[in-house]
Write a protein that binds this ligand. Structure first.
Ligand code: ADP
Length: 492
């Protein structure tokens, strides 16, 4: 990872309190350590300057000036250094750093004085004093230049009136001009750095704000992520509970349907025996009542069969036991089963199929598919209407079409009728029979047919020109079911 990706590494402290503290620490270090040490070395260089000036400009071999200055600066630097070290942070009213800085000019003039006064070549030291600033600005340089020149002027007055020296005004003016010119030049160059510095400070402020915002956002994001994770966990738990409940419901339905079928078989048996007058002769009213009873029992059995079949699919108990059989013969059997009902309703039912039409599939499930389609065709076709079943081998697939001249299906409904529990029989025509016109069932027949067809790798669909136009249900199946599932499923 790049080190500079951390704001602290590039000197940006995010916490404003910490930033203020760091600033104070930096100021103390600068004023109480760095500058005093620098001051001592600068004055040491000045002392050498005094020595050189005295030796080569004043032509004097005396070391008095040099040693006096050395002694003075040692004392001054020690005292100022100690005061700054111990009191810089404590004294708030005045800036001790600035105070000693101003006192430095007197030391410089002392050096000039000891090196000959008006004859000293050390006057450029004033320029160094003006411009040598850790953080200077145009205004500050100009202000200090004014102080330097004023002090220089006072110094000259001191030399003339106190020391009675004869000094050249022109020469002194040239020195002042040099000092002023160099300092002005330095001040002008600092203007650019000034601007740059203020831009950098603004940039740091903006960066700090942005980083703070970013930090806040990422904290919010982290919170949102944690909330989302908690929600996800809850949803997970809810989904698990729902699945458990759903499994319980499916098992309950399977057990209930199964348990209801046994007594129904007994009721049906006794009912048939009674109807066949095995237990004595019946009056007409008794016979009619028993027939109604038989009808209701049959209907209930069919409904339970549908529910049981669907629940088995739901419980993942759908397994196929494929074997080879002749589809033409199966369809013939279905037609035979339906004939008593079509005759009753004066409907014409026909079968057209190649023979033999061999198919490898689960016999019972395929039977249920076509029985459902044919029963629906009878149910949803008016009396005296016609039903046709057509089976053929087409492009290597077996295609069966169950066609009727019945009530037809609107385009909007053609997808929905394959959904579970979808039933759209007109309640006005509603009867609860198996083959009566528009009799309504559980709405599971087509859904079961679709599941079984697709389990065999086939496809089922409907075509109808709309209400009153009849319907054509198509089933396409591969001749040989590929995904053989030889697992025997326990019958529920
Ligand atoms: P059910 O017959 O028990 O209502 P199905 O799943 O077999 O359930 O059929 C769903 C619906 O599809 C029926 O209620 C009916 O509205 C429509 N339908 C099925 N077959 C036909 C058909 N041959 N003609 C017209 N509508 C049909």
């Amino acid at each position: 990872m790049n080190d500079e990706s951390n704001p602290q590494d590039i000197g940006i402290i995010l916490d404003t309190y910490q930033a203020a503290e760091a600033k104070m620490r930096r100021a103390w270090h600068l004023n109480a350590v760095f500058i005093p040490v620098g001051r001592f070395f600068a004055f040491l260089v000045t002392a050498i300057g005094v020595y050189l000036n005295n030796k080569f400009i004043l032509q004097s071999d005396s070391l008095t000036g040099f040693l006096t200055f050395l002694f003075t600066i040692s004392g001054y630097c020690l005292i100022s250094g100690l005061i700054l070290y111990f009191f810089f942070s404590k004294v708030k009213k005045i800036n001790l750093g600035d105070l000693f800085f101003l006192l430095d000019i007197l030391i410089i003039f002392y050096a000039i004085y000891l090196s000959g006064g008006e004859r000293s070549l050390l006057f450029p030291l004033m320029i160094a004093w003006v411009v040598d600033q850790a953080s200077t600005s145009f205004k500050r340089i100009m202000g200090l230049t004014l102080i330097a020149i004023s002090t220089f002027f006072l110094f000259d007055l001191f030399l003339v009136f106190v020391e009675h020296r004869n000094i050249s005004i022109g020469f002194e003016l040239v020195k002042i001009y040099i000092i002023f010119g160099v300092c002005l030049f330095a001040a002008l160059s600092v203007r650019f750095t000034d601007k740059l510095r203020s831009k950098v400070s603004s940039a740091i402020r903006v960066a700090r704000n942005l980083i703070l915002q970013l930090k806040e956002r990422s904290e919010q994001l982290e919170e949102a992520r944690a909330r989302l994770e908690a929600l996800y966990q809850r949803e997970h738990e809810v989904a698990r509970t729902l699945k458990e409940l759903n499994d319980m419901k499916t098992n309950f339905m399977i057990v209930t349907s199964h348990e209801m079928r046994t007594p129904l078989t007994i009721i049906k048996g006794y009912n048939e025996a009674l109807l066949n007058q095995l237990f004595g002769s019946l009056t007409n009213t008794q016979k009619k009542s028993l027939e109604a009873c038989q009808h209701a029992v049959n209907r209930l059995t069919l409904t339970l069969d549908d529910i049981l079949e669907m629940m088995k699919i739901h419980a993942g108990q759908l397994s196929l036991k494929p074997r080879e059989f002749d589809l033409q013969r199966m369809l013939e059997q279905i037609v035979t089963e339906l004939t008593p009902f079509t005759e009753k309703r004066h409907q014409r039912i026909t079968l057209e199929a190649e023979t033999p039409l061999l198919l490898v599939a689960d016999y019972a499930k395929i039977y249920l598919i076509f029985l459902n389609l044919a029963q629906n065709a009878v149910k949803f076709t008016y009396d005296e209407g016609s039903i046709g079943i057509h089976a053929q081998l087409k492009n290597g697939l077996i295609e069966v079409c169950v066609k009727d001249s019945g009530i037809g299906i609107d385009a909007t409904e053609q997808e929905k009728i394959f959904e579970k529990f979808y039933t759209n029989s007109d309640p006005n025509y509603h009867t609860s029979g198996r083959f009566e016109f528009s009799a309504r069932g559980t709405g599971l027949g087509l859904s079961i047919a679709k599941t079984y067809t697709e389990a065999h790798g086939g496809r089922i669909w409907v075509e109808s020109a709309g209400r009153g136009q009849g319907s054509r249900f198509f089933v396409q199946l591969p001749q040989e079911f590929q995904g053989l599932d030889t697992k025997e499923t326990e019958e529920v």
